[in-house]
Design a protein around this ligand. Sequence first.
Ligand SMILES: [Fe+2]
Length: 201
Amino acid sequence: MAGRESPLLSPMISGDEAFHHSDNKERENRNGFESVLHLQDPRTENNPYLDLISTSFQERATFISHGNTARLAEDHGELNLAQICGTIASDEKLHETAYTKVVEKLFEVDPHYTVLAFANMMRKKITMPAHLIYDGRDDNLFEHFSAVARRLGVYTAKDYADILEFLVSRWKVGELAGLSGEGNKAQDFVCTLAPKIRQAR
Ligand SMILES: [Fe+2]
């Protein structure tokens, strides 16, 4: 429904300046801040559409990564750790189910803005809430953590593409009809992105 105003969405298609700014600010704050974990800035602009889509993605990512960690732990005889990670994985699956249901409803009542939000979020790339994790010493702690996770197969670019494909199918994005030109572009973008991510690996 092109041209319709959504009171929730006026800042949504506004570009990336806002989160770059807050990213810099977070980094500046680290110097004088003793926190071990600093979990902020998911790049969702305080916009509920972006937030719910991003969280759906993250919940599935944590479901997958904890499941993979559980398997690794089991392979190495760490059965307690395997059980803990397995329990967390099933919890994350429940979170994924809850959030994806909410977004499913958004697609039902507001397909135009929801598909724009999905495309917007994927253009920015989904960052995990822990990407600003800090231990007081390593300025690149999350990058190092991510590199290890990739190397071990705990969470890889293939998982990222798989999650995107799962969500596209879960929300039946390819079947949305009656979108505006802008909505159709957003739909094409998200529906064709996963293979591109896999090729770029
Ligand atoms: Fe969760």
